[in-house]
Design a protein around this ligand. Structure first.
Ligand SMILES: Cc1ncc(COP(=O)(O)O)c(C=O)c1O
Length: 396
């Protein structure tokens, strides 16, 4: 059985918000590391003192530097990850490498994808794509056989989540990728809810693309999404969603058709989002230093503890019980859940509420076992005392 790793609590002092709250919201917005203050100051200082020279004295190199930290965390080779504002943009870059004019025009995805990774694909019908959505039967997971059977020799792309955002259900990425490759389809694995909490090893899994962002388990704040492309595939792709930073020599401003940079820069587009890269560097560096395998063992111990305590009190949970399928979040399906969440926030228990998911509680490596107990106890107390009644429909 995985056990709590008390040495991880030494990291608590690096996260200012832990001094004043029980912070269990890594499925939504991870806690800010203290190092972000220095990073943002370093960004401002370079700009203030060096002006336009900042590009060549740090800013350009840091795009690749941050991308390589992400690459380390997913066991990908350096030079295989590019940085983007968010997952939606990364999906568009991928999509723009393909068309749906030929017989292989099918996109297979699941009803539990994050909305960005649904809305964009649904819109591809206008470009000739056939969309197949595999629904969830229980609102928690996706039947693997049903998904595998939907992937056939007319399937071009399979954009799926590694960990489902509503229920934290871990999908069998390896089986999905193996089936897709066997029929010539490509998998776009959304690791937003796994990277930083559940191990992602691209050398073992061999996905074609991996997308995600910095906001959640990475503790990196908004704006530093990532895109990994399998190196042999990357050299063959030409994204129509492009810009001058994808050119081999961007600062020569050559007119006409683009001369593609080597991967991963060929997946860049316009001016990079430098402040967000500074902001995310502390969080992703901490995750790399601790190691995701260690974070995962600790996370399972903490979510076990929450589940055991919650079930002993008779709460209904929408979360996989087995470790193989459980991510880092425990979702509570409660009466008056939105108002209970509002009262928890008022008491500085930082969690969130989502439709069809309920109250989502996400301890991270810095969370203590006592905090896990308190989060369950406060829910019980709020329900028993009806303290939720003072809240209306607004959560924040
Ligand atoms: C699985 C998953 N994918 C994507 C996103 C976000 O997408 P974007 O970066 O486009 O905002 C989220 C959550 O915000 C998510 O949970």
């Amino acid at each position: 059985m995985p056990a709590h790793d008390p040495a991880l609590l030494e990291w608590r002092s690096e996260f200012p918000i832990l001094a004043s709250t029980t912070y269990m919201n890594s499925n939504s917005l991870g806690a800010m590391p203290r190092g972000v203050y220095d990073e943002m100051k370093a960004f401002a200082d370079l700009w203030a003192t060096r002006g336009v020279r900042a590009w060549h004295e740090g800013w350009i190199d840091m795009v690749g530097e941050v991308a390589n930290i992400y690459a380390d965390v997913m066991n990908a080779p350096h030079g295989s990850v590019s940085m983007h504002q968010n997952v939606a943009i990364a999906q568009w870059i991928i999509l723009s490498c393909f068309d749906f004019k030929g017989p292989r025009n099918k996109i297979v995805y699941t009803g539990m994808n994050f909305p960005s990774v649904m809305y964009i694909y649904e819109e591809q019908r206008r470009n000739g794509a056939e969309i197949v959505t595999v629904p969830s039967e229980d609102g928690i997971g996706i039947d693997l056989e049903r998904l595998l059977n939907a992937i056939d020799d007319r399937t071009l792309l399979v954009p799926v989540s590694h960990v489902l955002f509503r229920s934290a259900y871990v999908q069998n990425a390896r089986a999905i990728i193996e089936k897709a490759h066997a029929v010539g389809a490509k998998v776009i694995l959304d690791t937003y809810q796994s990277l930083g909490c559940v191990p992602v090893d691209v050398k073992t899994l061999d996905p074609d693309f991996v997308v995600g962002g910095s906001v959640k388990w990475i503790c990196g704040g908004p704006g530093a999404g990532y895109l990994y492309v399998r190196p042999e595939l990357a050299r063959t792709l030409e994204p129509a969603c492009t810009g001058w930073f994808a050119h081999k020599k961007p600062f020569e401003f050559v007119p006409g058709k683009i001369d593609w940079a080597e991967p991963a820069h060929r997946f860049d587009n316009g001016t990079p989002h430098i402040p967000a890269l500074y902001a995310c560097r502390s969080g992703i560096s901490i995750i790399r230093e601790i190691g995701v395998e260690r974070i995962r063992r600790n996370s399972l111990a903490l979510t076990d503890r929450i589940i055991d305590r919650a079930e002993a009190k008779g709460f209904k949970l929408t979360v996989p019980r087995d470790h193989e399928h459980r991510g880092g979040t425990v979702a509570f399906d409660l009466p008056h859940a939105k108002q209970v969440a509002a009262e928890m926030l008022a008491r500085d228990f930082v969690i969130d509420w989502r439709p069809q998911a309920g109250i989502r509680v996400s301890p991270h490596f810095y969370s203590s076992p006592e905090e896990c107990d308190r989060v369950v106890d406060v829910i019980e107390e709020i329900l028993e005392t009806k303290a939720y009644e003072k809240h209306g429909e607004d959560l924040y």
